[in-house]
Design a protein around this ligand. Structure first.
Ligand code: SF4
Length: 349
């Protein structure tokens, strides 16, 4: 089975850390964009039905839910919508459910108001908590929350506070990312001009350790470098990316993999609107690039990397620096995931 990803490249405001392809909603007709997505789907569909549908962005909660329903109807499995807390109300939550979503991924990032303001989020901590409760009351039984550590002004104590606050809500899934300063973002400019400073490395290590400890206590499994789930509630959609399952990505900036070849839609909305079915470009990967991709992706998961993919020399390295799973794969031990790049590098060809 294949996964379907639908990209909604609109955001009401740009968050200071974000380098995803998204732009303002102003002056844009959601119906026209949904129609372009449907044209692309008609031309490029790789299955009659999909194992999962993930509508991400950007901010899908900026779109009328009725326009998203046709995409959700293509799967009987996991159907996720990404939302921002300020878009959640009893009414919108109910509309997303009716449109076919059975899982919500909500960007919270922090439960400290000053940290939210520092990165340009447009909701308060209290609003995020209330949004979670609203989603639950509406009937969502599978909710994932996103958090970031290493934010400007964040300390190990405030990080713990955010984490405890979110775990108290009892979500099914958490994604926790270490902040990276991507060129082109407002935060990167502020860093370069000395207006903010990167979080001390020891503090980041402490935050990561707190994250691993508190999620474990709460019964979560750390199944991917940035992802934690209650048993059986891993994101099926994201896991398919890590498993090399085929997926179709619709919308500007979306990536696809048909089982053999990777392709991507250039992040260019005007070009996409003109010709949504044909803007995609084949990503002509060499065999070495494909191997390196597999190694990097597998070693970001708890399932790890099959030894069958390694040469004798690489096996020696893996035995020395990695740990093994009960299935006999190599994986990076949880405490070492923070330095995963350094550990993976010698296995890249
Ligand atoms: S983090 Fe999400 S809401 Fe913020 S700009 Fe990026 S895609 Fe939009």
């Amino acid at each position: 089975m294949a996964g379907l990803y639908v990209h909604i490249p609109f955001c009401r405001h740009k968050c200071a850390y974000c380098d995803f392809y998204s732009g303002p909603l102003r002056g844009f007709a959601p119906e026209a964009y949904a129609e372009a997505l449907r044209r692309e789907l008609d031309a490029r569909s790789i299955a009659d039905s999909y194992s999962s549908v993930y509508i991400g962005g950007g901010t899908p909660s900026t779109m009328p839910s009725a326009l998203l329903a046709p995409f959700f109807s293509l799967s009987g499995g996991e159907r996720t919508i990404e939302v921002n807390p300020e878009d959640v109300s009893a009414q919108t939550a109910d509309q997303w459910l009716r449109a076919g979503a059975n899982r919500v991924s909500m960007g919270v990032q922090s439960l400290i108001d000053s940290e939210l303001i520092a990165v340009g989020r447009h909701h308060s901590a209290a609003q995020a908590v209330e949004a979670f409760r609203t989603l639950r009351r509406a009937g969502f039984e599978n909710i994932s929350l996103d958090l970031i550590y290493g934010l400007p002004g964040q300390t190990p104590q405030t990080w713990r506070q955010s984490l405890e606050g979110l775990l108290n809500l009892a979500p099914e899934h958490l994604s926790a990312y270490s902040l990276s300063y991507e060129p082109g973002t407002l935060l990167h400019t502020r860093l370069m001009t000395g207006k903010i400073q990167e979080t001390d490395e020891d503090d980041v290590v402490e935050m990561y350790e707190t994250l691993c400890a508190l999620t474990r206590q709460a019964g979560f499994e750390h199944y991917e470098i940035s992802n934690f789930a209650l048993p059986g509630l891993e994101s099926k959609h994201n896991s398919s990316y890590w498993d090399s399952t085929p997926y179709l990505g619709l919308g500007p900036g979306a990536h696809s993999f048909d089982g053999n070849m990777r392709s991507f839609n250039p992040p260019n909305l005007p070009a996409y609107m003109k010709n949504p079915a044909e803007v995609f470009q084949i990503d002509s990967e060499t065999e070495v690039e494909r191997h390196n991709d597999t190694v990097m992706t597998a070693l970001r998961t708890a399932r790890g990397l099959s030894p069958a993919l390694l040469t004798d020399k690489e096996l020696q390295y893996a035995k020395k620096h990695l740990t093994t799973t009960p299935e006999g794969n190599f994986r990076i031990a949880e405490p070492d995931w923070l330095i995963s790049d350094t550990l993976i590098l010698p296995l890249l060809r």
